[in-house]
Design a protein around this ligand. Structure first.
Ligand SMILES: [Zn+2]
Ligand SMILES: [Zn+2]
Length: 344
């Protein structure tokens, strides 16, 4: 079967591999219908994910049809249309039982698919712990509507959940890339008073203005003053930092009001400075890290009810065989790209 594979630092290639087989009774084999390219795939390509294994099939955001399941799988059966979770988790360890599935202690726990074990930019993928990693897609929801459930949408949803947003709040989202946009879409469900999106790219600001006219937008250089003017208590009540540039971490806490929650979902290239003397007395709460992707069932219900729509983020679609071209476009942010779907 055709796969898109991490060969070595800086090099991804189309490669023929044997179709995966069940290795464990809790595995499923999924025929991938649609996969997407994620910024984390680029991090692998550029060698900034040390755990990524050379030779692995990349791709960790996909939907498909269950082909085959092991004897221990109860929740899905062959023929089911499913979303695949970016995280592999056993459902039984301390972390899983508390909803912290990103830190599942199984050897394949956390982000393994498309990083340490073969992922979904391929015709088929083996999914360990299929009962926790797969969620059924209702007939009325299309593959394109469900494509982001297992990764960026899960991340946006989780970031909003842990940010403790209340009705009427001013929410600042830094970064209108795919994850920031998913956070925006999920934040709207909390009925905040104002959402401010801070973004430096003109095209992305235009995208937000066009699709979410009630959302305020601002560039980073004007962000602090703008947030101050548009908040009730000297800063945003909640800040979600989804940009990850060299200046956005400090921008995030500087724009927060005292006692706010500052949630960091961005992945930085370098360490960031936490100037505790400067922030003393501001009494902020920082929440950081990678998604605990255990809200996928709820997210799918919200899509079905028409309350979440991320289909408009798919700006380009390519067949898997043209993955090189698709990556070139995504990596160089050409042609107003937000997300690329690969037909597998
Ligand atoms: Zn991702
Ligand atoms: Zn676990």
């Amino acid at each position: 079967m055709l796969t898109y594979t991490y060969i070595s630092k800086g090099k991804f290639e189309l490669a023929e591999k044997p179709k995966p087989v069940l290795l464990h009774e809790r595995d499923a084999i999924v025929k991938v219908t649609l996969a997407s390219i994620c910024t984390s795939d680029l991090h692998i390509k550029h060698g900034s994910v040390p755990r990524a294994v050379e030779g692995v099939t990349v791709g960790h955001e996909m939907v498909g049809i269950v082909q085959e399941v092991g004897n221990g799988v109860k929740n899905v059966k062959p023929g089911d249309r499913v979303t695949v979770n970016v995280e592999t988790f056993c459902g039984e360890c301390f972390f899983c039982k508390n909803g912290y599935v990103n830190n599942c202690t199984d050897k394949d726990g956390g982000w393994a698919l498309g990083c340490r074990i073969d992922g979904g930019q391929a015709e088929y993928v083996r999914v360990p712990f299929a009962d926790t990693g797969l969620n059924r897609i209702p007939d009325t929801v299309s593959d394109r509507q469900a494509l982001f459930v297992g990764d960026i949408l899960a991340t946006g949803f989780w970031s909003v959940r842990i940010s403790e947003i209340n009705e009427g709040d001013t929410v600042l989202i830094i970064g209108a890339g795919p994850t920031g946009l998913c956070a925006l879409i999920c934040a709207m469900l909390k009925k905040p008073g104002k959402i401010i999106v801070c973004e430096k790219d003109e095209g992305r600001i235009r995208f937000v203005n066009e699709h979410y006219p009630d959302v305020l937008t601002v560039t980073p250089d004007k962000c602090r003053d703008f947030v101050l003017k548009n908040s009730r208590f000297g800063g945003a009540d909640a800040v979600i930092e989804a940009a990850g540039s060299d200046t956005t971490f400090s921008l995030a806490w500087q724009c927060a009001r005292p006692n706010a929650v500052v949630t960091i979902v961005a992945l930085y290239d370098r360490p960031q400075i936490l100037p505790l003397p400067e922030m003393y007395g501001k009494n902020l709460t920082f929440k950081t890290g990678g998604v605990d992707g255990c809200d996928c069932g709820e997210i799918i219900s919200l899509i079905k009810e028409g309350k979440i729509n991320t289909e408009l983020l798919i700006t380009h679609t390519y067949p898997l065989a043209k993955a090189d071209e698709a990556y070139g476009l995504f990596e160089n942010k050409r042609d107003g790209v937000i997300k690329v779907a690969l037909e597998c």
